[in-house]
Design a protein around this ligand. Structure first.
Ligand code: GLA
Length: 727
């Protein structure tokens, strides 16, 4: 046996090339080219990837979208299909490419067709002026019967990476542990970051990564790729690393991202179109500050509803009362919330159920009529109290869910997601099957009727407190039950979009047992999300830090609570660095605590435009070992954190610094926080610890930039806030 001959690396005959497809994302990009055989190749990727030249035979470049059964039997593929005739191989060739739109708003489509089968695949790329690229794939076919998709990634780039390449992944142990930051080296083998559970998959793992292909990066230095899968269901990001043959050469990485196809093979009928989730990503050569700025710009422009509108200061009753309230208790809370200066009073779980009052989480989901015992004058009565106190009214719903103990379940036991087995309960409840159009109409109607019962309602918190455990829908035939995982996301988005369209002026908070639905796909129908049920400010500093790499602070609801029993000035200062709110029993807060809250509300008023719409600059990381002596792979995370938000014109800024708990580390010593990015003029600086001490100073811009603000932490769980205004 002889080795099969490889093509010789000669300079290609240009006649063999189709026109290169150059994707200029703004400061980075890539080039695709069809080789002589029509296979789409990735010629360049990275900061100059869009201007790459083809200087060897294009067949030596990696395939841009490998399929199962094409040239590389040693790597996984982006697309794996069983065709109508049972064949399992797919070989795609370029049919054509099209381009529309202006620079920064381009839409590029490369159309591929199978050599043999009547299968068409479109690779879609959309640019955005921020430098974030959106990529997705659309699959259609005209085969003589249905085909089955086993792998359907949204993108599959090839990268050369350093031995020291690093990955940051975000995900923890589950509920109350969202956004946990883990930095790891990328070793040979496949690192698979997959999520499961369908309805609230991001409780386990946020569908985002940061990748430093050349080794560790910092805020202002090094190559960084930031990526987000905009999908409200199970996702998968796989990093398949191969060792370099010798130390002089880089390792190779195949990065795949999209919906998680495990258990979710998709049966596609002829003429139907399968659209993969959009994956958004960007590449910076100068550190994470740039990837963050780009993601924030892109999120505001392409994802968020009403990005220009300041988010309200929400006072919620959940942690204050849980299910234990009546109209009188709410009146007290509303009056106190209004007295403090809140914008919205949000009535959480427990307000509904007539045959089965909702006094705990065992009953009533599905029965969305107010509980007449707790609320004798209905929701309208509570909304009226809010109106009398000049505060807006908001309400909590969980429209996709049902408790077996409910009138809805008695009427429609067939409306739940389940297979032949007895469905499993999770938080005592079942998920409604939103694949039924009737169920979607019911769920949208829950929001309609709830708002109609208190027409001054202007804010809704939409919750979903369980995963999918019995994945089957009566709407799916026996041979396509596994379509559920994809179709469920689409049906849910259809429902959410109906609600958003019917109630364009209602502000919507997205919640799923905390941050179980924090993805850029689902967020399109909402204004903000509940970042996590975990509101311990020490944990929240780290969660908000991580989340802020992808989402602007306007999206991250952060409420002052008693979680962790931390000092009130510290808890308030942490909430002030995101979308500020309060979730406390205001009847029992002490006079001192009320003073802290009052001052916090004043600071929120002065700084919310900066926090929600300014540019985030991170100064001291609470999730990575602090720089300085003792730093190294085994060093503890810093016990300090500092971040700033700057106005676009640099006339104003707000800076937050936190000393966390635990043994004193680098965050507990006096330190300086240089503020790059401020102007050179003098700034009025107002500094407060929220404990009654406020000082005023004038500091020159040059000094702020070089020496920085001086901070000597008062001890564990303390904070300082500086407000800067150019003189
Ligand atoms: C979930 C949410 C909480 C609260 C409760 C109510 O856990 O994340 O904020 O609304 O449900 O049951």
């Amino acid at each position: 046996m002889t080795e099969p001959s490889a093509p010789s690396p000669a300079v290609p005959d240009p006649s063999e090339l189709s026109e290169p497809v150059r994707i200029d994302a703004g400061g980075w990009g890539f080039t695709w080219v069809g080789d002589g055989q029509g296979v789409l190749r990735q010629v360049g990727l990275g900061p100059s990837g869009h201007s790459a030249t083809v200087d060897v035979d294009p067949r030596f470049y990696p395939s841009a979208f490998p399929t199962w059964g094409d040239e590389d039997p040693f790597r996984p593929s982006a697309l794996r299909v069983t065709h109508a005739d049972g064949a399992t191989t797919t070989r795609l060739v370029v049919a054509d490419a099209s381009r529309s739109g202006e620079t920064g708003e381009e839409h590029i489509v490369v159309h591929l067709s199978d050599e043999l089968q009547a299968l068409d695949v479109e690779l879609h790329v959309r640019t955005h002026s921020s430098g974030v690229l959106e990529q997705w794939v659309e699959i259609t076919h005209d085969e003589p019967g249905p085909i089955t998709l086993f792998d359907y990634d949204s993108l599959f780039p090839f990268l050369l990476i350093d031995q020291a390449a690093e990955l940051v992944q975000f995900g923890g142990a589950g509920w109350a542990d969202e956004w946990r930051w883990t930095t790891q080296q990328l070793h040979p083998g496949t690192t698979s970051l997959a999520s499961f559970g369908g309805l609230q998959p991001h409780l386990q793992r946020n569908p985002v990564i940061l990748l430093s292909p050349d080794g560790p990066s910092t805020e202002d230095d090094g190559a960084v790729i930031a990526m987000s899968v905009a999908w409200g269901g199970n996702t998968r990001i796989d990093l398949d690393v191969r060792p370099a043959p010798d130390a002089e050469q880089p390792r190779t990485l195949r990065l795949r991202a999209g919906a998680n196809p495990v258990g979710a093979e998709y049966t596609l009928d002829p003429g139907e179109r399968f659209v993969t989730p959009t994956v958004a990503w960007t590449w910076s050569d100068d550190g994470r500050r740039t990837t963050t700025r780009r993601f924030h710009e892109w999120t505001r422009s392409r994802v968020l509803r009403a990005p220009e509108r300041l988010r309200p200061l929400v006072v919620n009753n959940w942690e204050a009362t849980f299910f234990d309230f009546d109209e009188d208790r709410l009146r007290g809370l509303i009056e106190a919330a209004a007295d403090l200066g809140g914008d919205v009073f949000l009535l959480d779980d427990g307000w509904f159920g007539t045959a089965h009052p909702r006094d705990d989480d065992t009953t009533s989901l599905g029965d969305w009529d107010h509980d007449p015992t707790k609320l004798p004058h209905g929701l309208a009565g509570v909304a009226d109290i809010a109106a009398e106190n000049d505060i807006r009214f908001g309400i909590w719903v969980e429209p996709e869910m049902v408790n077996p103990v409910s009138e809805l379940h008695e009427r429609h036991p067939e409306w739940v997601l389940r297979d032949e087995r007895e469905p499993r309960l999770h938080r005592n409840q079942l998920a409604l099957d939103v694949l039924h159009s009737e169920v979607r109409e019911f769920a949208a109607g829950v929001v309609d009727r709830t708002i109609a019962s208190a027409p001054s309602t202007s804010y809704v918190k939409w919750d979903a407190n369980r995963p999918i455990t019995d994945p089957s829908s009566a709407t799916l035939s026996a041979d396509r039950r596994s379509n559920l995982w994809v179709d469920h996301v689409r049906a849910t988005w259809e429902l959410m979009s109906t609600v958003a369209e019917r109630h364009p002026d209602i502000e919507l908070m997205l919640c799923a047992s905390g941050g179980g639905r924090t993805d850029h796909g689902t967020l399109r129908y909402f204004h903000e999300f509940w970042t996590s049920d975990n509101t311990d400010p020490v944990t929240r500093v780290r969660m908000q830090w991580a989340c802020g790499h992808f989402f602007p602070a306007s999206t991250m609801a952060a409420h002052v609570t008693r979680w962790g029993e931390r000092p009130m000035p510290f808890a308030a200062a942490v909430a002030l660095s995101a979308r500020f709110g309060i979730d406390l029993d205001l009847a029992t807060v002490s006079g001192d605590e009320r003073d802290v809250l009052r001052e916090a509300v004043e600071i929120a008023r002065r700084t919310q435009d900066l926090v929600q719409q300014g540019e985030l600059v991170r100064l001291l990381s609470p999730v990575e070992p602090a720089p300085g002596p003792g730093a190294g792979p085994d060093a503890l995370p810093s016990d300090g954190a500092a971040l700033a938000y700057l106005s676009p014109d640099r006339h104003r800024a707000v800076v937050f610094a936190y000393r966390l708990d635990g043994p004193a580390g680098v965050g507990s010593s006096v330190r300086h926080l240089p503020l790059h990015g401020v102007g050179t003029d003098d700034y009025d600086v107002r500094s407060t610890d929220l404990d009654g001490t406020t000082t005023h100073d004038v500091i020159g811009g040059e000094s702020l930039r070089s020496t920085g603000l001086e901070w000597s932490p008062a001890g564990p769980c303390s904070a300082r806030i500086w407000e800067l205004t150019r003189r």
